[in-house]
Design a protein around this ligand. Structure first.
Ligand SMILES: [Fe+2]
Length: 414
């Protein structure tokens, strides 16, 4: 069990799971280690951290640990964040946004938007669980704010949603599909108010899962045929919920109904094929599969985005339209922000701006000397400043990082 403890509680025999500080802020090559000597204990205490994470399944626990408090229910905020208010007050439209800003400039804004959106979405989902009436109209302003963020920088919101916290998986996945669908829609030339409908569709596409028992939804291992059928039924359940709300648009209904359909008729629930599936449904299918395959939970990595993209690419013509797959790859990039990559020079870098095959990177690790680095940003598309190239994906765990820490390295301002 992973447990956060005070530094003063650390003792010999404990297994440190995470130092709870930036990678550059501690002297160890690996973040995870057993404290087996006084010297190691002292070295950790000298870092200057107040608390850290231990793994009690791999080492000693703290003495007489009080039972953890029950998780607090997320309280729906009454007030709107400043960023939301400002954007609504000024009614910023897509075409009025003065310029595209960098990922690092947008990231704090995106964090605030995400926090706001999560609260409102949790309330909407809770209403479904409690059998109350949904008021999905209330989500439209939130989606407008997401559209604005994506218009300023397409990577900020998407990158924050790559790491999903365990219990929140379904709505984090829905938020992720929503941001990617908005971006995808912009990529295929969809403009104006329609973008909001694509965002809404992403938020709602899996709402039927709220009706599925959690022990089946989160069941590890193989599902029985009956359990699988129950999970597949989330599409029908979702439509039933959404059809009760008159404000729901046709695009939201199509995406909910068709995101598991496949071009060759092998999908569900209706086995639709070819152009029987709407454009929005086909786009949602690609985004949904990509997010499900490549998402990272805090301490468990999904498959690398580049591998997920390859799988989707292999399924083109059978499952997905080829031109849509190409457009998807174009905006998501082979190496999305927060991807750790190996360089030919035997160094490791983190992607800080995606740009297809030649992103902007920051070198963070020297593989031979096993030294941490923090280089200036290097724009591989410019071909200047670095005689190097990406030769593949790097597993963060190999250099003692988890996905959250990789994202932190990507978010550092420059
Ligand atoms: Fe689904």
């Amino acid at each position: 069990m992973i447990k956060k403890i005070k530094i003063k509680e650390l003792r010999i025999g404990m297994f440190v799971h995470d130092f709870n500080c930036g990678w550059m802020d501690h002297p160890f090559i690996k973040r995870r280690l057993t404290i087996n000597t006084d010297a190691a204990l002292e070295k950790v205490k000298k870092i200057g951290i107040e608390d850290l994470y231990i793994d009690t399944s791999r080492g000693l626990d703290v003495k007489k640990t009080p039972a953890p408090p029950p998780p607090e229910r997320i309280v729906i905020k009454e007030t709107k964040s400043e960023v939301l208010k400002t954007i609504q007050r000024e009614s910023i439209k897509e075409e009025e946004i003065p310029k595209t800003i960098t990922y690092q400039e947008e990231i704090d804004n995106a964090k605030e938007i995400l926090s706001e959106t999560k609260d409102v979405l949790v309330e909407a989902y809770d209403n479904v669980i409690l059998g109350k009436e949904t008021n999905l109209q209330a989500l439209h302003p939130i989606v407008d704010v997401m559209v604005e963020s994506i218009s300023r920088n397409k990577d900020a919101l998407i990158s924050l949603l790559r790491v999903k916290e365990g219990d929140d998986y379904t709505f984090m996945h829905s938020l992720s599909v929503s941001t990617m669908l908005i971006t995808f829609a912009k990529t295929v030339g969809i403009k104006g108010d329609l973008l909001n409908q694509y965002g809404m569709a992403g938020l709602m596409h899996d709402i039927g899962k709220m009706k599925i028992p959690l022990n089946i939804l989160n069941k590890p291992g193989k599902l029985s045929d009956d359990e699988f059928a129950l999970i597949q039924n989330h599409v029908v359940e979702g439509l039933e919920i959404l059809n009760k709300d008159r404000s729901v648009s046709d695009i939201v209904l199509k995406v909910t109904a068709e995101h598991h359909e496949r071009l060759d008729g092998s999908g569900y629930p209706n086995g639709l094929s070819g152009d029987q599936i709407s454009l929005a449904g086909q786009m949602a299918a690609i985004v949904d599969v990509f997010d499900a395959m490549s998402s990272d939970r805090i301490f468990v990595s999904g498959i690398p985005p580049v591998v997920a993209i390859n799988e989707i690419f292999k399924s083109r013509a059978n499952h997905f339209k080829e031109d849509l797959v190409n457009k998807f790859i174009n905006f998501i990039g082979i190496y999305p922000v927060g991807t750790l990559v190996k360089l030919e020079s035997n160094r490791t870098a983190v992607v800080i701006e995606s740009n297809h095959l030649r992103p902007i990177i920051r070198i963070v690790y020297e593989n031979i000397s096993r030294k941490k680095l923090m280089s200036r940003p290097i724009d591989l598309s410019q071909g200047t400043g670095l005689n190097d190239r990406i030769i593949g994906y790097e597993d963060p765990a190999r250099i003692g990082l988890d996905m959250m820490q990789v994202m932190e390295l990507a978010q550092l301002r420059y």
